[in-house]
Design a protein around this ligand. Structure first.
Ligand code: 13P
Ligand code: SF4
Length: 369
């Protein structure tokens, strides 16, 4: 792409001024208008970490697994305006037909975790792992990864996982091969493997930047190789936060997402996927107190939704996932008004050869979900 084309594309992807001057009421009523007009032609999936100003318009709200499932089932909608981040929209594009168009209202809504594994690093790392472990490894990738990584995993017989099915998927992987390469979130991999009874000294970390293992023992003993990636949002919950909550709120239960570090998960009372956290707090008795270690938009929503309980963030200085937050009401309206005019902006298209291999990895997961 030439420099001129790049500048033109950048300008096209920028929110027009008019959306910066509209009132919230004006924008909300226009969104309802376009939604009503387009009916079943339009489908808006929304991840739990999205802002309320956006989530109020979602046709389906869920975690990564639920949104992948509803996208795969939806054959009616011509336009899928995805309120989540880039890898989720890519997954929706892979799982829907060629006639359906997936749109991300703001192309800057990426995921820092997914960006921690690129395909060149992965191919190089795999080469090294093959030399070290021969043909004893199967790759698994968290869905929080690019389509190219999912395709790599599909090509090598592996599957995707989400935080709500990581354990059964890891158990399945061990029926296929002796060892697992787990990309790109070391914490989800470590926490899940630990829960399955794999001791920490049988886990190695692969550093894709330095291209070396972080492991001191005998590599023959290693069962799982964890890619050195992490979610920068969940990394904000620390052992110190846990100690503070234990001191200031001794009657509170601490529940965290498995993207948090092993140390934090070990000290928490409970850990589980976004869906698990929501369901656990929902099912708890009125008057109970919960310190929650996950994204802030969701924690704020739980605080409002379960007013008969006390729900607060494990880290009092926590902020929302910045990239998720790029999808806001103005961008949603902009995307919808483009669709209304028949102009598709910010379409997410995964190349056919990548999509077919990534589909294999997703299907292996969805068949077991
Ligand atoms: P889940 O939706 O699988 O809980 O993942 C959390 C997350 O960080 C999504 O980006
Ligand atoms: Fe990515 Fe973490 Fe944000 Fe989820 S919360 S989109 S994993 S950076």
């Amino acid at each position: 792409m030439s420099l001129l084309e790049m500048v033109q594309q950048k300008n096209m992807n920028m929110l027009p001024e008019r959306y910066k001057t509209m009132t919230v009421d004006e924008m909300e009523s226009r969104v309802w208008e376009v939604k009503n007009k387009l009916g079943d032609k339009l489908f808006i999936p929304g991840h739990h970490y999205q802002k309320d100003e956006v989530i109020q318009f979602a046709d389906a709200v869920g975690d990564s697994l639920q949104l992948a499932q509803v996208s795969a089932k939806n054959t009616a909608a011509e336009y899928i305006v995805f309120c989540g981040v880039h890898f989720m929209a890519e997954t929706a594009d892979i799982l829907t037909s060629d006639k359906q168009k997936v749109i991300l209202p703001d192309m800057r809504a990426g995921c820092s975790l997914a960006d921690m594994a690129n395909i060149e690093q992965t191919e190089r790392g795999w080469q090294e792992l093959q030399e070290t472990f021969r043909d004893t490894i199967i790759p698994l990738t968290y869905v929080n990864s690019t389509a190219a990584i999912k395709a790599f995993v599909g090509r090598h017989g592996g599957a995707t996982v989400t935080s709500s099915n990581a354990r059964p998927m890891l158990e399945w992987a061990f029926t296929q091969k002796e060892r697992v390469l787990f990309l790109p979130d070391q914490h989800l991999g470590r926490n899940t493997a630990f829960d399955m009874g794999i001791p920490l000294d049988k886990m190695a970390v692969w550093d894709p930047v330095l291209e070396k293992f972080e492991y001191n023992g005998d590599l023959d003993e290693v069962k799982i190789i964890l890619w050195k990636g992490h979610c920068s949002v969940h990394a904000m919950f620390t052992v110190e936060n846990v100690k503070q909550v234990r001191k200031n709120h001794p009657d509170a239960k601490i529940i965290v997402h498995p993207e948090c570090s092993r140390e934090v998960v070990a000290l928490a009372d409970d850990a589980g996927s976004t869906k698990y956290i929501i369901e656990t707090i929902k099912a708890s008795a009125p008057g109970t107190k919960w310190a929650v270690g996950t994204e802030m938009n969701l924690v704020n929503r739980l605080t409002k939704q379960f007013a008969d309980k006390e729900v607060f963030s494990l880290n009092p200085y926590m902020c929302a996932c910045l990239t998720m937050n790029r999808i806001d009401l103005p961008h949603l309206l902009w995307a919808l008004e483009n669709v209304e005019r028949g102009e598709v902006m910010n379409q997410i298209i995964v190349e056919a050869n990548i999509a077919s291999e990534a589909h294999l990895a997703l299907e292996r997961m969805l068949a077991r979900a």
